[in-house]
Design a protein. Sequence first.
Lengths: 150, 163
Amino acid sequence: MSRKDNVDYQLDLTPFISLLSVCICFLLLTVTWFQIGALSMKQVIGNPSLKQSQSKKEESQLWIYMKSKKKIEVRLKKGQNLISQKVIKFSKSNRDFEEFHDYIVSLKKKYSSLTTAFILPEASVIYEDIIKVMDNLRQEGLFDMGLAPL
Amino acid sequence: MYKNSIFQKTTFGRFLYSKRKALKKRRVVGTLMLTSLIDAFSILVVYLLMFFSDTSELNYISDGLELPKARLIERLDRYFILSVKKEGYFVEDKKLSSDELVSYLFSLKKKLEQSQLSYTSKDHKQTITIQADKSISYKKLSPLIQACSQVGFSHIKFAVLGE
């Protein structure tokens, strides 16, 4: 090869652009801009596995009574003994349940083994509020949740 | 046009004329720099791939249903989906009354028990996904939870939107 020969070679990028354009079109069609997930729970009443865990282990459990008048009563029990109790009100300004969340955080700090919570809502309680309570509990590591039917 | 005009006889006119002639003779070959365009496209593809979902059928939400939002969510797997709207209980577009719930879930459970499909594990046979409107009261949801427990669906998953 002589020195004068031009060794610069330009890659033809047009097919790459075509390929990427097709990719972008496909992805734009299949993309999901919202993420659907799930919050899982177990049924409290009539569930044998939960009953066993309640009776056999003397673990502390959280009982959350969701009242119709925008109140949440949180009771911490160990077996049949009541350890702690608090009534938390939530208004439109406190829709994210900050006070409830703070209380759960403080309980979790005190009782690190606390992983079970039972939610007992009243008939008029809005589903969105139940989900918010469940979400707050999950955030603090209370993954074993049960929901009591009316 | 300017060749024999008065304008061509002026100094500026002559200058312009010569410039035009020179431009005509020059071979103009413009190459577009495509590298930056490819970079931009690649970034776009990566960004879109992050949102890509192969479970689009699971993301189906029935009309008139607004799901609640949650921060810490689990992955939604392929379970049987039941919708709860203000109008009633729905399986796809079929409306069910609260009295029909137990019999319908019972027949579904029976089908799942008999099913030999690979994805129908023990967990799948006991799990149901509920898509409920965020504004409904617990009074509406409770019969469904009761029906699920009667039939043997002990694990209930509530479909939510990630915040």
